[in-house]
Design a binder for this molecule. Structure first.
Ligand code: FA5
Length: 344
């Protein structure tokens, strides 16, 4: 047997078989045929035992070199197949970057979030921190620590959803005041606003919802007065309703502030002249506020001999309704896109 001749014939056969192979699976079959255990090349090794000892190493080497050469030839074909497959795939996935896209309608922040953003911007600019608290709150922080002990008649002002005897869906954002004062341990000034959802067992109508949003504001420091409160409230009114707006404070009652006030702003529709929107009074009520009650300061660890504070709480829906002349609070919650899209 002429080994070189046999190898040459095998190589020619391999090259012929490889011609036109286009898939990796077909290539595997050819690999098994020429390099597998039962391949002719492997079987040639059996002849080794018939050779004289001095020829065995050269014979073995020749077979191994042929194996390497065959493997290289098969590998080269594998690369060609893979490249061709990749090119085909890329061709199929070609994207025309010059093609115009269909018109997607673009979403926008909900009007209530826009109002909250506007107020947050105003207050962050004045050095306030934005604080949030949980919507499920303890009776203690929602009422008791705000000077509303159990059975206090003023609890009726905020009819509540109780989750258990001592836990409820918070009725206002004021418990975030308590949380922050406790967190600060009565030791440092507080300057925060707290936006968030609140819940009351109010019957839904044009101006009431059982779930609505409030923004609370609280400042506690050593030289805080009613005039600071008034300046802050004026800033809110003018940011929301325009530079020409004026405010008026009317005496009111909240158990957690003393004195307490209701705040009215001059009507933006009639400029204070009197119209249907302001019921001919020239003013529209926007929020409740006051100087933090000594009991509230004490219960949260602040010494009222050293610290005073002011606080306010405003309904976000009511602000939005006044600003944009929206006549029904339910528009905010029925998810009619035609309503939402007006406030891009
Ligand atoms: C309070 O909730 C006080 N915590 C506010 C406060 C904070 C006073 C700090 C003093 C100091 P009141 O119940 O008035 O107050 O609610 C505040 C605002 O929430 C109202 O002015 C109104 O804008 C809004 N609001 C009240 N009830 C509803 C309701 N059912 N639906 C929509 N908005 C409401």
């Amino acid at each position: 047997m002429n080994i070189q001749e046999t190898l040459k014939q095998l190589e020619d056969a391999l090259r012929k078989d490889l011609e036109g192979v286009k898939t990796i699976e077909a290539l595997q079959d050819i690999k098994a045929k020429y390099l597998g255990k039962k391949a002719e090349l492997s079987l040639l090794m059996r002849h080794m035992k018939d050779l004289p000892n001095n020829e065995k190493p050269a014979f073995g080497q020749t077979i191994n070199q042929a194996k390497q050469a065959f493997a290289k030839t098969i590998e080269a074909q594998r690369n060609r197949i893979e490249e061709a497959l990749l090119n085909k795939k890329l061709e199929k996935e070609t994207i025309d970057v010059t093609m115009t896209s269909p018109d997607f309608s673009q979403g926008t922040a909900h009007l209530l979030n826009q109002i909250i953003d506007e107020i947050e911007d105003l207050f962050i600019g004045m050095g306030y921190l934005v604080k949030e608290g949980p919507e499920v709150e303890s009776d203690e922080r929602n009422f008791e620590m705000l000077n509303l002990p159990k059975n206090h008649p003023a609890r009726d002002m905020q009819d509540s959803f109780y989750v258990s005897e001592d836990t409820l869906l918070r009725t206002h954002t004021s418990p975030v005041q308590v949380r922050t004062m406790l967190e600060y341990g009565g030791q440092k000034p507080v300057k925060i606003i707290c936006p968030g959802k609140v819940y009351r067992r109010d019957d839904d109508d044009a101006t009431h919802s059982h779930q609505f949003m409030q923004i609370e504001g609280l400042v506690v420091d050593q030289n805080t007065s009613m005039s600071d409160l008034k300046g802050t409230l004026l800033a809110i009114a003018q940011t929301m309703f325009g530079k020409d707006r004026q405010i008026r404070l009317r005496p009111s009652y909240f158990p957690f502030t003393e004195p307490s006030v209701e705040v009215d702003v001059t009507c933006s529709k009639c400029d204070g002249e009197g119209c249907a929107m302001c019921k001919q009074t020239g003013y529209i009520e926007i929020l409740g506020a006051g100087m933090v009650h000594d009991n509230v300061l004490k219960m949260s660890g602040y010494d009222p001999e050293i610290y005073q504070g002011f606080a306010f709480g405003v309904g976000v829906e009511r602000l939005a309704m006044l600003k944009y002349g929206i006549d029904d609070i339910r528009h905010f919650y029925i998810n009619d896109l035609r309503f939402n899209k007006q406030f891009k």
